[in-house]
Design a protein around this ligand. Structure first.
Ligand SMILES: Cc1ncc(COP(=O)(O)O)c(C=O)c1O
Length: 375
């Protein structure tokens, strides 16, 4: 093993890492276990496989063409998405996962020293993106019950506001009127992050199609079962889309992803069928957890936000993990009493419910460590 020459420790040498980067904490993604024994209910992936059309698209790939760069502007996919949302391809931006859109928005719409707003709690990437951009962070507290904080929103000043709707991790969908009024009164760009909207009863796409300061960000990671592909898109007014186009990597979406995403989007019917199954399982899980005394918030997403009964959330998270069931726990004042559970298959949810019963009736003790299924 070679050893690095330690230039950074020479007196008078300037730091090699930018100060703000050295100080910031990066985003911490949920645990990714590849073991088949694990029941993975922690990162809001879809438990069902992608459309059979995706398989066909992969099998029909012309591997020889991979020597060529992909279409830099993903035109075919943008045309298809534009057709579906009733806009022009010029209103569509295709990205390497929705996270790319969010990051580019911080570069496109926030002046140096400008501000980025978001709710607390919400998607934990937002403050990290603000740190990367060295922007002023303007977190707005949600109400005690994680609802829209009416008073706090009046006359808010920001360059960019990230509004996850339905919100993660709370699963709640905000009223359309409140969102519209906020976009009208807001002084900067509002990005409505609709990563989970296919599981919800309404969306805000009409705002992105009619207002000059609103973008809607969507992803194929959740409802289309394609988290591994990394494709998302944004819809909005041409000047905002053009700004993102200028900033993206030249070939931000690879050729395979463009082809596969197109096949998936064309088979929206398959996606809808899976969404319906997931929503049905969501209702069943909600009902059965409520029967156990858990508080469960009204979910419009592919996960639920719940306060366990008879056991602390963090402890429950730890025991479930030992039993091979991964859920998500977010420490902190606002979130530490809750866990977030992704909706899995019915079989997975039955295993979860069975394990929860055994934890509460004492069949499983805290230190009872089953080796099988350990992450
Ligand atoms: C609210 C929200 N927005 C965006 C994303 C990221 O989506 P993508 O996988 O397309 O980057 C997530 C992922 O969990 C999310 O929860």
């Amino acid at each position: 093993m070679t050893e690095y020459v330690k230039k950074s420790s020479v007196p008078g040498q300037k730091s090699l890492i930018r100060n703000s980067v050295a100080k910031m904490s990066g985003y911490v993604p949920g645990e990714q276990s590849r073991s088949d024994k694990i029941i993975k209910l922690n990162t809001n992936e879809n438990p069902y496989p992608p459309s059979p059309r995706v398989v066909e698209a992969l099998l029909s790939l012309d591997v020889g063409k991979l020597r060529l760069y992909p279409d830099p502007v993903s035109l075919e996919l943008r045309k298809e998405l534009a057709g579906r949302h009733g806009c022009k391809p010029e209103n569509v931006f295709v990205c390497n996962g929705s996270d790319e859109t969010l990051k580019l928005c911080t570069q496109a719409f926030v002046e140096n020293g400008g501000s980025i707003g978001y709710f607390n709690p919400s998607y934990s990437l937002y403050p990290v993106l603000a740190d990367i951009r060295e922007a002023v962070k303007r977190p707005i507290e949600l109400s005690d019950e994680f609802e829209w904080p009416t008073d706090a929103m009046a006359d808010m000043d920001f360059d960019l506001f990230f509004l996850s709707n339905p919100n993660a991790p709370t699963s709640i969908l905000y009223p359309s009127d409140a969102v519209r009024d906020f976009c009208v009164s807001g002084k900067g760009v509002v990005v409505i992050d609709e990563a989970y909207v296919d599981f919800a009863s309404h969306d805000c796409m009409n705002l992105a199609l009619t207002m000059d300061n609103v973008l809607v960000a969507r992803t194929l990671s959740k409802s289309f079962s394609l988290a591994g592909l990394r494709v998302g898109y944004a819809i909005g007014p041409e000047p905002l889309i053009n700004a993102l186009m200028k900033l993206k990597d030249s070939y931000n979406v690879d050729a395979i992803s463009q082809q596969v995403a197109l096949a998936a989007v064309k088979d929206s019917e398959y996606m809808r069928t899976n969404v319906a199954r997931i929503c049905k399982t969501r209702s069943r899980l909600t009902m059965l957890l409520k029967d156990k005394g858990y508080k469960v918030y009204p979910s419009e997403a592919n996960f639920i936000w719940t306060k366990p009964a008879g056991i602390q959330a963090e402890k429950l998270f730890g025991i479930l993990r030992k039993k091979g069931i991964l859920v998500r726990y977010f420490p902190g004042d606002r979130t530490g009493a809750y866990i977030r559970i992704t909706i899995g298959t019915d079989t997975e949810i039955d295993r979860l419910l069975d394990t929860l019963s055994k934890i509460v009736d004492g069949t499983f003790a805290d230190n009872d460590n089953l080796n099988e299924g350990k992450p």
